[in-house]
Each structure stands twice: as structure tokens, then as C-alpha cells.
Design a protein around this ligand. Structure first.
Ligand code: ADP
Length: 408
């Protein structure tokens, strides 16, 4: 059920993490192992490699001469791309096959060095990045695995940098400490996030926000979290052959604004009926989101406007460590437009952002219950709606819908 991707630079301890996750009950799929499997004698990918690169890359016994192949492809980007074009799909198919064979309800771990480089983390529910400082990695690999120091440094330099890995990481596992500390961190991750996340997926339970004092100070991580959710949803919809637009909206998309710790996402679809098709719901469910039945619209603005323009479908995420709400709206509808406008207006106008924050604080002081607070906020929107649209007219604002989805 739950798909976890584990990655990290060479010598980070990625294999140690996967091993521990296997002990805890996950089924681990090792990308390197699969990559070796698909070029074994008798595999179609090996035949294709022979056709492309000739007998020089074959051993007399009919197996692949890896060293000879490496000598051809590493200095030549075109040759490397050709090899990737052969092995990439074969590896992808084999991994999908393996995952398809996993009993329902089990956690699978995809141990993949290039999870970030190949942007494969978008297909995983969680991306775990194992991190160790470069010097420690070099020392461990030289001392424990007997690798050549120059070679290790060369390979580290060729991999993506930490900033890119950090942006993709839902979980950043620091492995600068002892092996026991790493095991303890993996155990905690399993207990606190992976296991409950998987249980929620199996039972179709979304994570609920706390019922009191839910508003917190702005977090720098909100935008990065929003971007990851957007990337995953866009990938899930593309896999299902859907079209639409996906973007981070709401207060957590406005840097510096206090907010409920909720990542709000808008998916714009051509028609709401599209969102009622089984493939659409199936894609969201597969990505870890559960439909909230009966949650069918927002309060129209201005008051008395046609509620049809404010209709939506609402989904909630299953990750116990973060609350994600998805609002599916018809692209171009008043509700869709206002969500984008409201975010852009608050981003652009500091006084309005401050005013909204002050209003939130006052409401919370009056009654910290989340439902009461959410209800009490509504009248403020009526007037804010007018000011936001006045700003839009003045500035010539036009909606920028975010990441566009087209079928894969
Ligand atoms: P990767 O799979 O990311 O290349 P490994 O899991 O093989 O990395 O770890 C690299 C080396 O460092 C291995 O020899 C491993 O036993 C060792 N190692 C992993 N974590 C620690 C740690 N916390 N302290 C000391 N050595 C470690």
C-alpha cells in the first residue's frame, strides 16, 4: 500500500535504512538489484544492448561485460542516453511488477540512489533522504568498504547536491551519529509516520486537524511541502490520464502569514463531472487522498451569488504528519478564481496580510475551537472579497493556475 522511497548519496547509509525498514515489516525493492536483473542473459534489455553496442560489450558466456559497456557510455552522453532508454523502461516495468505482486496493505520501500535525480520521488507517498556530511561519508566508505578515496570523491561530486535532495525530502534522516542512533530514528519514523500512514491508506481515513488552537506561526517549510504535494498530485493525475491544474493555495501559500497547519491545494478541472469519474477518485486515492463525501461547496461571494460557481469536491490526505486539504474546482469558476486571487493579493499587499492575521488572532482569542473559528472567519471574507477584486482590477491581475497536468 504505502510507497516509501529511500535515497541518499553514496555512503549515506541508505542501505542500512532499507535493511532496518525490511526488519520492521516493509518489502524492499532495490533499484540497483533490479537494474542488474534486467540485463541478465535472456532478458530483452540485454538483447537490445547487444544490438545497439555490439558484441564488444558481451562476454563469451553471453552475459554483459559491464566494464566494457561502462567504458563506452560514461565518456559519451549520447551513448549513455541510449543505454538509459533501453534499461530505464525495463527497470520501471520490473519495479511496477514487483510492487503489483506485494500483498495488499504492506508497505513497500523503493531503495533508489537516483530517486531525486530522476524525479521518481513524485510517485512515492514519502521520500526519505539519508544524509551524512561528505567527509564522514568518505571516511566510512574508505575504512569500512575499502573503496578508493579519489573514486569516492569523484562519485560524490557527480551526484545531486544536498539542496535538491532536501527539497524532495519529506523525511530528512541525519546519519552523522552512531548506527544505533540511525536504527532508533528509523524505528521512530516507522512507528510515528509510516505505520499510521499505511493504516490510514488501508482504511481510507484522512488525517483530521486538531479541534482547538489549530493556528500556528508561519513555517518556512510550508512552501516546500506545498510544492511536493503539487508535484505528486500532478504526477498521479497524469498517470490516470486526467488533465487539470494543481497549485498550493490558502494561508500556508502566503509566506509570513499565521495559519492552520494545513496545506491547501486546488485542482482545477474542466468540469466537476470529470472529478466524479472513478479514474479521478482512484488517482487521488492512490496518491493518498480520501474523498470527504458531502463536502460539496464553499460559501459564495458576494453573498447570494449562484452556489453552482462555488461547488467543489474535497479530499483529505492520509499522512499523519501533515494535514493536506484538496479543493477540486471547475477551472475558471468564481470559487477557483477567488482562491488564486486571495493568495496572490495577500502575497502582494502587506497591509492586507497583516489585517487578515490580526483578524485571525482576534477570532482565536474569542474562541479557540477550530470549527467555530472557521465559521467566524466567513463574514470577513465578504468584504475582503471586494477589496481583493478591486486590487485585481487596479493591477490587471490574471489567474496563474500553477502546474498544468496533461496525460502521461
Ligand atoms: P549507502 O547504501 O547509502 O551507500 P551504506 O548503508 O552501505 O550506504 O553505508 C555506508 C557504510 O557506512 C557502510 O559500511 C555502513 O555499514 C556504514 N554506516 C552506515 N551508517 C553508519 C553510522 N551511523 N556510523 C558508522 N558507519 C555507518
Amino acid at each position: 500500500m504505502l510507497r516509501v522511497g529511500v535515497t541518499g548519496g553514496i555512503g549515506s547509509g541508505k542501505s542500512s535504512v532499507s535493511r532496518r525498514l525490511a526488519e520492521l515489516g516493509a518489502i524492499v525493492i532495490d533499484a540497483d538489484e533490479v537494474a542488474r536483473e534486467v540485463v541478465e542473459p535472456g532478458e530483452p534489455a540485454l538483447a537490445a544492448i547487444r544490438t545497439r553496442f555490439g558484441d564488444a560489450v558481451m562476454r563469451p558466456d553471453g552475459s554483459l561485460d559491464r566494464a566494457a559497456l561502462a567504458a563506452i557510455v560514461f565518456p559519451d552522453p549520447d551513448a549513455l542516453a541510449a543505454l538509459d532508454a533501453i534499461t530505464g523502461p525495463a527497470i520501471g516495468d520490473r519495479i511496477e511488477q514487483r510492487r503489483g505482486g506485494v500483498p495488499a496493505g504492506r508497505v513497500t520501500v523503493f531503495d533508489m540512489p537516483l530517486l531525486v535525480e530522476r524525479r521518481l520521488w513524485v510517485h512515492e507517498h514519502l521520500a526519505v533522504v539519508v544524509h551524512v556530511d561528505v567527509e564522514t561519508r568518505v571516511r566510512r566508505l574508505v575504512e569500512q568498504r575499502g573503496l578508493d578515496e579519489g573514486d569516492v570523491r569523484h562519485r560524490i561530486a557527480a551526484q545531486v547536491d544536498d539542496a535538491e535532495r532536501r527539497a524532495a525530502a519529506d523525511v530528512w534522516l541525519d546519519n552523522n551519529g552512531t548506527p544505533d542512533e540511525l536504527v532508533a530514528a528509523v524505528d521512530a519514523l516507522w512507528r510515528e509516520r509510516i505505520e499510521p500512514f499505511n493504516a490510514n491508506l488501508v482504511s481510507g481515513m484522512r488525517t483530521q486537524r486538531p479541534d482547538r488552537n489549530a493556528v500556528v506561526s508561519p513555517e518556512a517549510a510550508w512552501c516546500a511541502r506545498g510544492e511536493r504535494v503539487v508535484a505528486r498530485l500532478a504526477a498521479a493525475l497524469a498517470r490516470a490520464g486526467a488533465t487539470g491544474d494543481v497549485t498550493h493555495i490558502g494561508s500556508t501559500a502566503v509566506p509570513g502569514l499565521i495559519a492552520k497547519d494545513v496545506i491547501d491545494i486546488q485542482i482545477g478541472v474542466a468540469a466537476l463531472e470529470d472529478a466524479d469519474r472513478p479514474e479521478f477518485g482512484g488517482a487521488l486515492r492512490d496518491a493518498g487522498y480520501v474523498l470527504s463525501v458531502g463536502n460539496l461547496g464553499d460559501t459564495p461571494h458576494p453573498a447570494g451569488a449562484d452556489p453552482a460557481g462555488w461547488a467543489k469536491r474535497f479530499y483529505g490526505g492520509c499522512d499523519p504528519a501533515q494535514i493536506v486539504h484538496i479543493h477540486v474546482r471547475e477551472a475558471g469558476s468564481p470559487g477557483w478564481r477567488f482562491a488564486l486571487l486571495f493568495r496572490d493579493w495577500l502575497r502582494a499587499v502587506p497591509q492586507e496580510r497583516e489585517g487578515y492575521a490580526a483578524h485571525k488572532r482576534a477570532l482565536l482569542a474569542a474562541d479557540p475551537r477550530t470549527d467555530v473559528y472557521a465559521e467566524a472567519k466567513e463574514p470577513w471574507f465578504e468584504d475582503a472579497w471586494r477589496r481583493a477584486w478591486a486590487w485585481a482590477d487596479e493591477t490587471g491581475w490574471a489567474p496563474s493556475p500553477g502546474e498544468l497536468v496533461s496525460p502521461e
